[in-house]
Write a protein that binds this ligand. Structure first.
Ligand SMILES: Nc1ncnc2c1ncn2[C@@H]1O[C@H](COP(=O)(O)OP(=O)(O)OP(=O)(O)O)[C@@H](O)[C@H]1O
Ligand SMILES: [Mg+2]
Length: 228
């Protein structure tokens, strides 16, 4: 379970303080597919960064599986991210001169896995996202939806328990975007939670929890019964 308790995040821009999060409290149980919505500037990305320990709150607590992330050193946070968190971004951030399988294997190689082991895990992750037949393609030879699936496979390859996707469908047409959201929903298991920022209101139909942010606060939380 991910717990945010009265989380504030203030950025300093010269002399001006920007209050991106103003007291966010949330409980996201493992095994849930949660969606964050809200206008531009409402604090969605800031919330994702704090949840995944990419950034620390100015005040308040973030706990994951009983571990208080706000007490970790930056090195410990990096270790936490590489073992527990998978990030998917709007711009897929793939390495252009590497093939799909090389892109997915990269995080493992950076963690000193053997090439054989990294390739086996990368292949499995690409199969999970339905890209078994595109493993040797470079990003420029893949469609937008396929590139995003490679990015999802890369986020999955460490077998993280928290998957965070910040507008993963922002660069995709509606139909392709809906397929990506459905794929992210399918990745949600008892051990994995998925948290997605999206502007697609139809996502509300397949999410366990829909959170609306407004001006750095939780405006509403909607729990739903979803049949799977
Ligand atoms: N590094 C930063 N330094 C200064 N201000 C920041 C920083 N990051 C975010 N902000 C400010 O904090 C507020 C929330 O930003 P955030 O990126 O979380 O919004 P968002 O909901 O993700 O918006 P969008 O839908 O446009 O992506 C905004 O006013 C933004 O300008
Ligand atoms: Mg954002």
């Amino acid at each position: 379970m991910l717990v945010l308790h009265d989380v504030h995040k203030t950025f300093l821009m010269g002399e001006t303080q920007v209050h991106a999060l103003r007291g966010v409290s949330l409980e996201l149980p493992a095994g849930q597919f949660s969606v964050i919505m809200g206008q531009s500037g409402s604090g969605k990305s800031t919330l994702m960064h704090v949840a995944g320990s990419l950034d620390v709150p100015t005040s308040g607590r973030v706990e994951y599986g009983g571990l208080d992330l706000t007490t970790l050193t930056s090195r410990e946070r990096a270790e936490f991210r590489s073992s527990d968190v998978g990030f998917v971004f709007q711009k897929y951030n793939l390495v252009g001169n590497l093939t799909a399988i090389e892109n997915v294997a990269l995080p493992l190689l950076l963690r000193n896995a053997t090439t054989k082991q990294a390739n086996a895990q990368a292949q499995e992750a690409l199969e999970t996202v339905g890209l078994k037949d595109r493993m040797a393609h470079r990003p420029s030879k893949l469609s937008g939806g396929e590139q995003q699936r490679v990015a999802i496979a890369r986020a999955l390859v460490n077998d993280p328990t928290m998957i965070l996707a910040d507008e993963p469908t922002g660069n995709l047409d509606t139909v392709t975007g809906e397929r990506i959201l459905e794929l992210l929903r399918q990745l949600t298991t008892n051990e994995k939670m998925v948290l997605v920022v999206t502007h697609n209101p139809e996502i509300a139909d397949i999410a366990d929890l829909v959170i609306y942010l407004r001006d750095g606060k939780v405006e509403s939380q909607q729990f739903q019964e979803v049949t799977r």
